[in-house]
Design a protein around this ligand. Sequence first.
Ligand SMILES: [Zn+2]
Ligand SMILES: [Zn+2]
Length: 354
Amino acid sequence: MESIPFFIASILLALISTPISGFPNLPPNITAGVWQPFKQFAGCHPGQQVDGLAGLKQYFHRFGYIPAPSSNFSDNFDDALESAIKTYQSNFNLNVTGTLDNSTVQQIVRPRCGVADIINGTSSMNSGKALSTLHTVAHYTFFPGSPQWPSSKTELTYAFSTTNQLFDSQVLSRVFTRAFARWSAVVPLTFTETSFYFGADLKIGFFSGDHGDGEPFDGVLGTLAHSFSPTDGRFHLDAAENWVAEGDVSSSEIDLESVAVHEIGHLLGLGHTSVEDAIMFPSISSGTKKVELVTDDILGIQLLYGSNPNYNGSATNSTPSSQERDMNDGRAVGPGLQWCAGVGFSLAVSVLLL
Ligand SMILES: [Zn+2]
Ligand SMILES: [Zn+2]
């Protein structure tokens, strides 16, 4: 008999704990995201000790802004955190204050690509560039060593994993056909879908949590996807996201095609850029669609592969000279740079969600 009141109490508890939201169709926690607790740090400044600040340091470590600690991170707002914040602010075009002002915190909590911004202490985004180059057009970057698909390999194949099939295969095909076409329009590469996953050059799939590559996904928002540099070919999407493949994108949804275009950039060898309009900017807003390459993306990818002969855009119509290539390599990739397992991408949620 004792189980009856317990049962009733459980129902009541469940009812009470049901999230009340202005968006009743949202899945649980979709408006929150895993980094939302960082909002409590708004206004914090150097010298303070704040409960949970160690978690923020872990975040900055994840994306390359703080080296691995000798033991555990402390909750102290120390010099290392201040330095990390300054570098992050520079990379994301924020005022470089070294404090956790509102605009910085708003950027931090936005979902992002899992690919790191800084490797071995060297940034390839704004903070890694000389001041004189900050206002130039080109901000695109490459992975360390500028890996790319060999010139003999211009016809790449891709396939989808059968793990976590979130979409009908025809829907996936349509989305990725469009996404790959963005890149094949500007460089002389072709992309063809194949059903043989393990034999494909590019392997695409949705995965949850720890999926065996050392870069576990973190649930709703946070990191949305990550990809590996050439010629690895792996492209992983977080199965926990509220993905939308076709049609209008609501403010709570992440547009799959937008993320696909960004991650394909990584698969081909591009790193992150500080140009906010570019596909290779680490963040993307939920509820928005961002699928068009901009000049920064096009200049970067054409430096690696040359131009598609049919491309008539204004960015460039020829393969850059070796001198240009060398100059770019020197600016974009510092010596000894290594992307963490090739992973790192940052997507941003709309202001509505923040
Ligand atoms: Zn992965
Ligand atoms: Zn990325």
